[in-house]
Design a binder for this molecule. Structure first.
Ligand code: GLU
Length: 490
């Protein structure tokens, strides 16, 4: 019987999860779901100084928002808990004691000052920096004396000082390291908490993790982990190190490449399915070609074989394009429901509550152009505002003057006022306004440009006649009147 697939996402609650963290979570989740396995969330909160309050909630909310569900972990529990490393300290202590007993680890009494001084000296001498194994060679009596004196200590791993450590990585293939390049790293810190290396090894084993899929930045640490598995005589999981994510300038991803935390993407108006689709392509591909895929397609086809080694490039333009694709695929009702909270957050009280029926009629006019939900408040504001703010003279089009423009606006007002309310539909409006434009001897660009600016205060808008129909007779006429008044006074 093959071992069941169990994978984990092991965030450290040291801040908001960035796109790389979430991509790691998502690849693990896809892998678990593809193979009918379990996806576990384990919180690695052993670096007490770096813990940020609220980070765990933030991480979990981000996963939930994306629809990445977990089978075991915080909020859901599970048979391998606790799922917070800070609640599992006795397990790490026990492992450290075992390693000491078998001669694979030792207590180190060197002060932080000595270790820092050592590094400085190594730097001065252009030597490789690392602990010099000083306490590995203490005699029993020296050790006892240190203990009797109550000296604080850490536990260090006795790393083999020659030979190589190798790994068959599911993504990177054969990887090997020279042992002499890894120093005797710390397992238990002076505050009694384990280091990442010990905790991750103990927990991946205890939680029966079958595949450790994590970011490439952890590949160098894998040499230590392989040695720990060996020394603890534990079966090793399959490792797979996911490719790095770089900005489009090939620099490490940072704030200037766009939002960094997953909830910021939500606030910036990205939709979960678009983000999932986009992130899937950061290192994985279906066939090297297809870009837009449902999450079901991604999941049903997700294999590590199709995860590449080269760094993936994070392209914000592509994410925006993809988000637009997903926005266009929504029904009008769905999109209106997604847009509504953005309007409610952005608009002043006097524009609220937003008329839902009106919004449902506006949405089809902008659905094509919207790349993110967050663009909606600005893109739609003139539909809702009572008084538009714009430069009165901007209504005057090239080749026209103020009196001519006023006459054109007046003519449109008269014609539109005479339309029967039930006939205020875009086909009819187009017909009568085209005829009026001809009589006024104005080009379409001039007449409709003047009307567009008068009605919206802008030059780029959805199609004029459809827009007028949605705004309704009363609103359109009111705006034309305001434009006449403002332009006369200008
Ligand atoms: N706690 C590590 C992190 O925050 C997890 C590394 C791993 O998955 O082994 O990235």
């Amino acid at each position: 019987m093959s071992t069941p697939i169990r994978v984990r996402y092991a965030p450290s609650p040291t801040g908001n999860p960035h796109i790389g963290n979430i991509r790691t979570a998502m690849f693990n989740w896809l892998f678990a779901r593809r193979h009918g396995g379990q996806f576990i969330v384990r919180v690695e909160d052993t670096d007490r100084a770096r813990i940020e309050e609220g980070a765990v909630e933030h991480i979990l909310n981000g996963l939930e928002w994306l629809g990445i569900d977990w089978d075991e972990g915080p909020r859901v529990g599970g048979p391998y808990g606790p799922y917070f490393q800070s609640e599992r300290l006795e397990r790490y202590d026990a492992a450290a004691e075992r390693l000491i007993a078998s001669g694979n680890a030792y207590r180190c009494y060197c002060t932080p000052e000595r270790v820092a001084e050592l590094r400085k000296e190594q730097a001065r001498n252009k030597q490789r920096q690392g602990y010099d194994s000083h306490c590995r060679h203490l005699s029993d009596s020296e050790r006892e004396a240190n203990e009797r004196a109550g000296l604080p200590s850490v536990v260090r791993f006795a790393m083999p000082q020659s030979g190589i450590t190798s790994l068959e990585d599911a993504i990177r293939g054969h990887v090997e390291w020279q042992n002499e390049l890894t120093d005797d790293f710390v397992l238990i810190k002076s505050d009694g908490f384990p280091t990442y290396h010990l905790a991750v090894t103990v927990d991946d084993n205890a939680m029966e993790i079958s595949h450790v899929l994590r970011a490439e930045e952890w590949l160098p640490s894998a040499a230590r982990h392989v040695q720990l598995y060996r020394a603890l005589d534990l079966p090793m999981p399959q490792f797979g190190h996911l490719p790095m994510i770089l900005g489009s300038d090939r620099a490490k991803l940072s704030k200037r490449h766009g939002a960094t935390s997953v909830m910021e993407y939500r606030d910036d108006g990205f939709v979960p399915d678009a983000l999932i689709n986009f992130m899937a392509l950061l290192g994985w591909s279906l066939d090297g070609e297809t870009e837009v895929m449902t999450v079901d397609t991604i999941r049903d086809n997700f294999t590590l074989k199709r995860v590449g080694k080269p760094a993936a490039i994070f392209d914000l333009d592509k994410l925006q394009w993809m988000n637009g694709v997903y926005i266009r695929q929504m029904s009008v009702e769905e999109l209106a429901a997604e847009i509504l909270p953005f309007l409610e957050r952005a608009y002043p009280d006097d524009l609220l509550p937003v008329d839902r029926e009106y919004l449902l009629r506006i949405v089809p006019l902008v659905q094509e152009r919207l790349k993110t939900l967050a663009e909606a408040p600005d893109m739609l504001s003139y539909f809702f505002e009572d008084e538009l703010e714009y430069e009165a003279r901007s209504v005057v089009q090239r080749g026209m003057d103020v009196p001519g423009t006023l006459a054109a606006l007046q003519r449109a007002t008269d014609d539109l006022s005479s339309v029967d309310a039930s006939g205020f539909c875009h086909e009819h409006l187009e017909e009568i306004l085209r005829a009026a434009g001809k009589e006024l001897e104005l080009s379409g660009r001039q007449f409709f440009g003047a009307l567009r600016t008068a009605i919206t205060g802008r030059t780029a808008t959805p199609p004029l006649f459809e827009m007028m129909e949605v705004m309704g007779q009363e609103r359109v006429i009111k705006r034309l009147a305001a434009a006449v008044e403002n332009l006369s006074a200008a």
